[in-house]
Design a protein around this ligand. Structure first.
Ligand code: SF4
Length: 430
């Protein structure tokens, strides 16, 4: 999975000016009864989940099937199901979609004919304007030129490559299936195929990674002049092979520093932020850096509170304050679609209250350098965020944690490392 794709999903509202009874009740609770709610007119974005990888990485807790262990017809079943789902869900975007992101998994693990069918199904049912950002993510070792030709032919204009490190020792330590050489080769192929909007994913905090190794990977990434970089710290997830290895090692050798500690990880992050600044990248979101004009528009939509449609097994959608997640298992996904059954378990559906929507807008928006747009917040929720969150803003006033810049409320960058604990303050406050 390309870590660029946010795990936290946000929701927002529909595309018309409405005032309904439900809203009036909620409005009453936030002391703005009578305010005219004006929903955003933005088009929803579209995410397609491709749940296949060549092999599972040792740290990965995402849902994906490994192609070698899957039944032969698994990909066909997936595509059959997806075709039915897409045909059903096209009505969720009658005016078109704002951006497309095909993620996973490893979408480029699909064979040429399957990739072509995937692209054809999407384009048959959804309207995308020519300028719309269309991203595909993939991993080194799976990018042959014929696949890139298919992607270009269907209008994919942005590619997100899971490099993680230009260092074979580190890649092996976390069970990545590719080598640094394959990453270099993939970048050359992508550029040759005409991709001039390229994201590279890199990870820090890998086993036995020191500052020098981190710097070497980032410097090499910079030498390819990517338009965008996503930098993430390794997360040790319980139940993964890496977690088991870590636990066994530290139980056996308590003094062993197998993973960089929190201080070193913070230094790695700080160094990267400064280095990328020197190179003209803006840290437009906590973990994302872009050359001017190359910020990921799809992800900006999530962070700014736009609606989204997520299709495929495990896909998450959020439309008009309803959020739901598709079942993950491919066989069940396909059979339910063929039988006309609901793809979502009741426990995976949530109707978000206005309070939850506002809190999400704050939490996600404050991860952005630009912050939360005051006018958009007022238009979408009928209240000024400075009124509704007066208490929390006052509490941090002396420390200059929050700054109003023009029409935006943003987080002072010097607090970005403790942002999570501060942002939690918005939950349940409105
Ligand atoms: S490439 Fe690795 S990290 Fe990404 S989804 Fe597949 S197994 Fe997980």
């Amino acid at each position: 999975m390309d870590r660029e794709e946010p795990n936290d999903r946000v929701m927002t509202t529909g595309d018309e000016t409405i005032m309904d009874e439900r809203m009036m009740l909620d409005r009453d609770m936030v002391k703005c009864r009578g305010a005219m709610y004006r929903a955003p007119t933005r088009l929803p974005s579209l995410y397609i989940h491709v749940p296949f990888c060549v092999r599972k990485c040792d740290y990965c807790a995402f849902y994906s099937h490994t192609l070698v262990d899957s039944p032969k017809d698994f990909v066909v079943m997936y595509l059959e199901g997806l075709e039915v789902e897409i045909a059903k869900r096209r009505n969720d975007a009658p005016h078109g979609i704002s951006s497309l992101f095909i993620g996973g998994g490893t979408p480029t693990a699909l064979q040429d004919r399957d990739l072509e069918r995937l692209m054809e199904i999407i384009h048959r049912h959804f309207r995308l304007n020519r300028e719309a950002e269309q991203t595909m993510e993939g991993n080194p070792g799976t990018l042959i030129s014929s696949k890139l030709d298919i992607l270009r032919r269907y209008g994919i204009n942005r590619f997100s490559l899971g490099v993680q490190a230009f260092d074979d020792k580190l890649l092996r330590a976390v069970g990545r299936m590719h080598t640094a050489g394959q990453a270099r080769e993939a970048i050359t192929r992508l550029r040759t195929a005409g991709f001039n909007n390229l994201n590279l994913d890199l990870m820090f905090g890998l086993p036995m990674q020191d500052m020098r190794a981190w710097q070497a990977s980032l410097e090499e990434a910079l030498s390819y002049s990517p338009e965008h970089l996503s930098l993430y710290g390794l997360m040790l997830e319980e139940g993964t092979p890496l977690y088991t290895r870590y636990t066994e090692l530290t139980n056996a050798h308590s003094e062993l520093k197998w993973l960089p500690d929190d201080d070193l990880q913070a230094e790695m992050q700080e160094w990267a932020v400064e280095r990328l600044k020197q190179e003209g990248y803006s840290q437009y979101e906590t973990s994302n850096f872009a050359r001017p004009g190359y910020e990921c528009r799809h992800n900006l939509g999530y962070w700014r509170g736009a609606d989204y449609i997520g299709l495929g097994p495990g896909g998450v959608s959020c439309l008009d304050r309803m959020r739901w997640k598709n079942i993950e298992e491919v066989g069940l996904y396909q059979s339910r679609l063929q039988d006309g059954q609901d793809l979502c378990e009741e426990t995976e559906k949530e109707s978000l209250t206005w309070h939850e929507c506002m809190a999400e807008r704050m939490i996600l928006g404050l991860r952005l350098q630009e912050g939360v747009n005051l006018t958009a917040f007022r238009n979408d929720f009928g209240v000024d965020l400075r009124d509704i969150y007066r208490d929390v803003l006052e509490r941090y006033k002396n420390k200059d944690v929050f700054v109003v810049q023009g029409d935006y409320l943003c987080l002072n960058p010097k607090y970005s490392f403790v942002a999570n604990s501060i942002l939690q303050e918005f939950v349940g406050l409105a």
